[in-house]
Design a protein around this ligand. Structure first.
Ligand code: ADP
Ligand SMILES: CCCC(=O)OP(=O)(O)O
Length: 358
């Protein structure tokens, strides 16, 4: 029997690092290593979390007795590179340089390609990233911000949004390329994407202050009040960024980035937790509503996904706001590990060429 390719899959997110070993399409081992805000706040920048994240990956694999010599490739979620088209990219030197400098900013996924490259180099095997957070298919209209020096950018959960949109289209008996969907990824950050005929033609920048607030990000804020706050408190951009991304959103009100903890607090009668969680749901619903005219109301389905989509309270409340727009399909959690493995396998099996980042 033909030997399957064995892969190490690495997915650094804002609140966790997920790792897996795959034999072909089959996961042999999966683990989510959670990171609390306290643990991450020890570091000045995300790139400084390199040792923490890499060591926790290596020690977990070691505890599991994983034989590194049997690996054929390492694949990771990629970060804030230049805007690029979707697909599987070989990790090359320019990519490492851009991930290290944070070409479009800072996010945990910048560490994905860097850690993948480091591990693969020692094993003399290739490393890849698939559908990074900078996949850009915006229509021109969506790039206009309203202030010429500032252009809107496509930064979102591209990997999971695309994977789940394909599943949703298939459950609606459509091909992804023929479907019109609004996809809502409810994770550490929240992105709401308009998928028209297989392209994400509009989406909120889920990292840099657009759209609803989320467990750990502020989302869009009133501009003038934000600038005044920043001046009054003498904050440079790097300080303000730490407050808004990582320590914004639910963290800033309730001091936790864990949706489950918020739900427990609501169930035990915490009124503030309820107000804040309800407000996040309300803002998410408004973002979904703003996508309906982009598709001129021709919506095949609205898809809820990400960790928070496991929560019945949130899903029920959100549906009450958006049900009237179309069928709501729920795909809780994410399919990112499987999608990373599949993207890597397509290249290793010669079904498609690896793209070169340039
Ligand atoms: N069953 C659940 N109920 C409520 N919140 C949940 C549940 N499972 C996961 N979450 C929350 O989802 C968020 C993380 O979502 P996920 O998509 O895994 O994150 P990331 O964006 O970090 O990859 C966290 O706030 C986590 O606490
Ligand atoms: C940078 C956009 C993707 C994103 O926000 O991912 P996480 O929610 O995993 O941090």
């Amino acid at each position: 029997m033909k030997k399957e390719h064995r892969l190490l899959v690495i997915n650094p997110g804002s609140t966790s690092t997920k790792i897996a070993i795959f034999d072909g399409e089959k996961p042999l081992f999966e683990k989510k290593l959670s990171h609390s805000p306290e643990e991450l706040n020890e570091y000045d920048s995300i790139i400084d979390q390199y040792d923490l994240r890499k060591e926790s990956i290596l020690s977990t694999l070691d505890e599991q007795g994983i034989n590194f010599n049997k690996l054929d490739a390492v694949v990771a979620r990629g970060g804030l590179l230049k805007p690029i088209s979707g697909g599987t990219y070989r990790v090359n030197d320019l990519m490492i340089e851009h991930l290290q400098q944070g070409y479009q900013g800072e996010h945990a996924s910048n560490l994905g390609g860097i850690i993948a490259k480091e591990i693969s180099k020692q094993l003399d095997i290739p490393s890849y990233i698939v559908d990074p957070v900078v996949v850009d298919e915006l229509q021109d209209l969506a790039r206009i911000s309203g202030f010429e020096p500032v252009e809107r950018r496509s930064i979102f959960h591209a990997l999971n949004q695309k994977a789940v949109a394909r599943q949703a289209a298939s459950s609606l008996n459509k091909s992804y390329e023929d479907a019109n969907l609004i996809v809502v990824h409810l994770g550490g950050g929240i992105s709401v994407g308009v998928h028209e005929n297989g392209k994400v033609i509009d989406v909120n920048n889920a990292l840099d202050g657009e759209g609803p607030f989320s467990p750990e990000r502020s989302g869009g804020l009133p501009n003038a009040d934000l600038v005044k706050y920043s001046e009054t408190n003498n904050l440079e951009w790097k300080d303000l960024k730490r407050k808004l991304i990582g320590n914004g959103g639910i963290v800033s009100y309730l001091n936790t980035n864990d949706g489950r903890e918020v739900v427990d607090r609501i169930e035990s009668g915490d009124e503030k937790a309820k107000l804040i969680y309800d407000a996040m749901i309300y803002q998410t619903a408004k973002e979904v509503g703003s996508c309906a005219p982009v598709l001129k109301g021709s919506i095949d389905g609205i898809v809820l996904t990400g960790g928070l989509a496991h929560d019945d309270y949130l899903v029920t409340k959100l549906k009450q706001y958006i049900n009237f727009l179309g069928d709501v399909l729920v795909f809780p959690g994410e399919d990112e590990m499987q999608s990373l493995a599949e993207g890597c396998l397509r290249v290793l099996r010669g079904e498609e060429p690896a793209k070169e980042y340039s």
